[in-house]
Write a protein that binds this ligand. Structure first.
Ligand code: NAD
Length: 448
């Protein structure tokens, strides 16, 4: 869904947008709200003046940092494309990456840049930060940012551990800062995941029996070679709170995802999206499962091989006798099974049901509806201005990420674990509870 109306009349814009959405399989009854939101965004944009510019600093100038920021001018979700938003500084421990971003985000300008996020956070001209570092840096940088008075857009998975998530929630409350988690399935993809949630919550498939989240296999790889880090990269700072080790290219940019030391593999990479959608569909944003167990295949055992389990099936029990399965195999997306053979399958580019009328028939006027937002980034900037809570606020991001983390703990322990969502602890399992947090390498510590 694009926002630009250009020279089109209101009616023309509505018709063209609805036709485009229909071509993407979105029925008119649902698409109307999306078009109205696009019109509203345009109207709001006209009211933004230079005096209420939101000044943003980027921490982590890699693939997703550039995507969220909008270095590509055609990317409508990019923060820099939102009227009244300016990037004023950037930070990356890789000098080449920060220099490239500094030169490219606002053509004709070069932003001040640094390799130390604490210098960026000390700047008085930064109102908000966009954090797109690898996962092991999310909590520390977000906590420091909120303490420095900045609102935070932090990429998913929000954390590396459950303890980090609890700390983030505490600090966001104490500082009254806004935090948006960058898991954009509640806003983007033409509202498909919202439609699935609304249809299910209004009983279109009857009682939900199970949800299958398919997130993809982790790659098997290695042993990889130890080499010298590139001259532009501060490898020690990149490792930060994680155990010190020799540089291996495959541990660093992008492929950090496949090492438990820095991330959680597909369980957190895609789980932070699909398990977040499952929690939303089940209306479990402040809760979670009661039980989790897993089967998996082990990664390669030699040193310097990817550490995440390549294939896995994680089974959660939720209150109300609902099973959620997060598995590496199958077509990426969520399949929601209800009663009498009714189901819905939702992916980023697809929404299907056992009977097409489950989707095509409009929901009644008194149906449960969920908030309509076009982009995760835009919702964040609105909340920085109006102080409302973003759609994936810190609690939502933390709870969804917790589901991913306890799934990984089930994979790594091979045990059936009982989860007390209220107290955020495993029941009677000291070893598993130990895995809810991790020691940090000095001088870094989770100071919250
Ligand atoms: N929402 C989405 O759809 C989506 C998509 C892709 C990635 N992501 C998330 O975005 C994050 C980044 O992923 P990526 O693919 O862009 O990784 P990447 O490796 O391309 O980029 C991360 C950047 O952060 C930098 N960095 C590391 N430590 C830093 C520190 N302490 N201070 C400043 N910079 C630091 C690295 O040098 C690197 O340039 C991950 O958490 C990932 O899960 C989200």
């Amino acid at each position: 869904m694009q926002l630009e109306r250009g020279n089109l009349s209101r009616r023309g814009f509505m018709q063209r947008s609805l036709a485009g959405l229909a071509g993407a399989g979105i029925p008119v009854w649902f698409g109307k709200d999306l078009v109205a939101a696009a019109e509203q965004a345009q109207a709001q944009a006209q009211n933004v003046s230079g005096t209420n510019t939101i000044k943003v600093g980027l921490i982590g100038c890699g693939g997703q940092g550039n995507d969220d920021a909008g270095t590509n001018l055609r990317n409508a979700r990019g923060m820099a494309r939102i009227p009244g938003v300016r990037f004023v500084a950037c930070c990356d421990v890789d000098r080449e990456r920060r220099e490239t971003f500094a030169r490219s985000i606002h053509p004709g300008e070069t932003l001040p840049h640094t390799g130390d996020f604490r210098e960026l956070l000390a700047r008085q001209d930064v109102d908000a930060v966009l954090i797109a570092t690898p996962d092991h840096w999310h909590a520390l940088t977000a906590i420091a940012a909120m303490r420095a008075g900045k609102d935070v857009y932090c990429e998913k998975p929000l954390t590396l551990t459950v303890e980090e998530g609890k700390a983030l929630v505490r600090v966001a409350r104490a500082t009254n800062k806004r935090l948006q988690t960058g898991s954009q399935q509640r806003t983007e993809f033409n509202g498909r995941f919202r439609m699935a949630a609304e249809l299910v919550r209004n009983g279109r498939v009857g009682r939900v029996r199970s949800i299958e989240c398919r997130v993809g296999d982790n790659p098997l790889g290695g042993p990889f070679q130890v080499t010298q880090p590139p001259a532009a990269l501060d490898w020690d700072f990149w490792m930060g709170p994680t155990p010190r080790c020799d540089y291996v290219r495959e541990k660093c940019h992008y492929t950090f995802r496949w090492w438990y030391e820095y991330s959680g593999g597909k369980m957190t990479d895609w789980g932070a999206h699909h398990l977040d959608s499952a929690q939303w569909i089940l209306n479990m944003d402040t809760g979670g499962p009661t039980e989790v167990e897993a089967t998996s295949e082990p990664p390669r055992a030699q040193p310097n091989c990817y550490t995440c389990h390549p294939h896995f099936v994680v089974t959660y029990k939720y209150p109300g006798d609902v099973t959620v399965r997060c598995q590496s195999r199958g077509e990426n997306g969520l399949r929601i099974e209800g009663e009498d053979g009714k189901w819905i399958f939702v992916a980023r580019n697809k929404l299907e049901a056992s009977d097409p009328r489950i989707i095509s028939e409009p929901l009644p006027a008194n149906a449960i509806r969920l908030p309509v937002h076009l982009f995760q980034t835009r919702n964040f900037i609105e909340c920085v201005r109006n102080r409302q809570q973003p759609i994936c606020n810190v609690e939502v991001g933390h709870r969804s990420c917790t589901v991913c983390h306890i799934g990984n703990i089930a994979i790594r322990t091979g045990q059936r674990l009982h989860w007390d969502a209220e107290h955020e602890r495993f029941v009677d399992n000291a070893a598993a509870n130990q895995m809810l947090g991790r020691e940090m390498r000095a001088p870094w510590r989770l100071d919250a």
